[in-house]
Design a binder for this molecule. Structure first.
Ligand code: COA
Length: 356
């Protein structure tokens, strides 16, 4: 038994925040951000991540022409859930009407979607589940401190989703490698969010993403390369036989270094970081959806996924695509309209950051 990807979709919130707009509130420039990261702009969400997830999910279900009631499981990879209890996956289940599905959130930082895809594939292979929705959805801009220019400029919001269905054809995720280098966990963290903090002494305004950019950069390239080589060896697929690599989009220089080590020519590497920045667990399903929509995934393509993130988690997966690269249908689901600009949505956070 295999787990074929039969549907895919994304939901990017409409409000765009450009580098030049950030430069009006933070000491930075379009030139610095673009040359150091490859990012030109990102999206800022006016809604909770479960709402982004629900729209991406409805688009993926339409692409698979699947009734949400036929889903057995909804896995939502996120490290920015609407609430801890109930899970964001439960809110998403309600919004899409997947009334017969079990649900859970999965937090493996930016590697979350890859972890979810691997778990879902194993559940289908084990035979207990036939149809699973795997979503990556994030509202990382909610966490940002606009006094920390080295982190604030890198992230954005969004969601992507895929539908997996049991298949007898040898397609879907053929191998995956998931790791976690917890000895280096301190290199990327979100303190003051969780029960380790003293609830009555903590100033929750200190809660923001903190990282050691150079340390993560080095470990990300090495970790994704090792995980990628593992899945290639395991499947007996050579680097030359990979048709498309879809890596996590945290920094264009990380992507280029990985591409170089893996011997991938530029045209075989999916890059969309310029438009969205790092959308954490949403990154890979959004990039995969755009690769399908732009014809870069073809019938029977071999697709290499690679990601890294908080934990420090890391991973790779090798996908063999099936016969169909066209969506079977389209959803008319849309987010509620947004009448605010990105800077207006972020205004309270920017004000608090500057004051704090
Ligand atoms: C963060 C990152 C872009 C920094 O790039 P870098 O080339 O390593 O830059 P450096 O850390 O050497 O900083 C260079 C200078 O730019 C400055 N700088 C940092 N952010 C800046 C910004 N937004 N605008 C202008 N200058 C900035 C620094 O203060 C430093 O100044 P100094 O030389 O006077 O000390 C890069 O390391 C990175 O992408 N790391 C991984 C990202 C990550 O962890 N993502 C999350 C995990 S999924």
């Amino acid at each position: 038994m295999y787990a074929e990807i039969t549907g895919w979709g994304k939901c990017m919130p409409p409000s765009i925040l450009t580098n030049d707009q950030i430069a009006t509130v933070v000491d930075t420039s379009d030139e610095w951000i673009h040359s150091r990261s490859g990012i030109r702009e990102r999206r800022v969400s006016h809604v909770a991540p479960s709402q982004l997830a629900a729209i991406a999910a409805q688009r993926a279900l339409a692409a698979a022409r699947m009734d949400p009631k036929d889903l057995d499981m909804v896995i939502l990879a996120t490290c920015s859930p609407d609430t801890l209890i109930p899970s964001a996956a439960a809110a998403c289940q309600l919004a899409i009407g997947a009334t017969n599905a079990g649900v859970f959130d999965l937090n493996a930082g930016c590697t979350g979607f890859l972890y979810g895809l691997s778990v879902a594939t194993s559940m289908i292979k084990a035979g207990d589940h036939k149809r699973i929705l795997v979503i990556g959805a994030e509202r990382i801009t909610w966490y940002l401190n606009w006094r920390h220019r080295e982190t604030a400029v890198l992230f954005g919001d969004g969601a992507g989703a895929v539908v997996l269905e049991a298949s007898e054809n040898p397609v879907g995720l053929l191998a995956s490698k998931l790791t976690c280098d917890s000895g280096a966990a301190e290199a990327l963290k979100l303190p003051y969010f969780g029960t380790a903090a003293d609830r009555f002494q903590t100033d929750y305004r200190q809660m923001t993403i903190q990282f050691d950019g150079r340390e993560i950069f080095r470990r990300a390239v090495k970790g994704m390369q090792e995980a990628s080589e593992y899945v290639l060896n395991k499947t007996g697929v050579s680097k030359e036989q990979v048709d498309l690599m879809v890596p996590h989009q945290a920094n264009i220089r990380i992507i280029e270094a990985l591409g170089k080590f893996m011997g991938m020519p530029e045209e075989k590497v999916m890059v969309n970081i310029g438009s969205y920045g790092n959308t954490s667990a949403a990154t890979i399903p959004v990039a995969l959806t755009e690769a399908l929509e732009s014809g870069r995934v073809k019938p029977h393509s071999t697709v290499l996924l690679a990601a890294f993130g908080a934990g420090l988690t890391c991973g790779a997966g090798l996908l063999r695509w099936g016969d169909r690269v066209q969506a079977l249908g389209q959803s008319d689901a849309e987010l509620p309209p947004c009448d605010q600009s990105a800077l207006e949505i972020l205004a309270p956070a920017i004000k608090a950051s500057v004051a704090g």
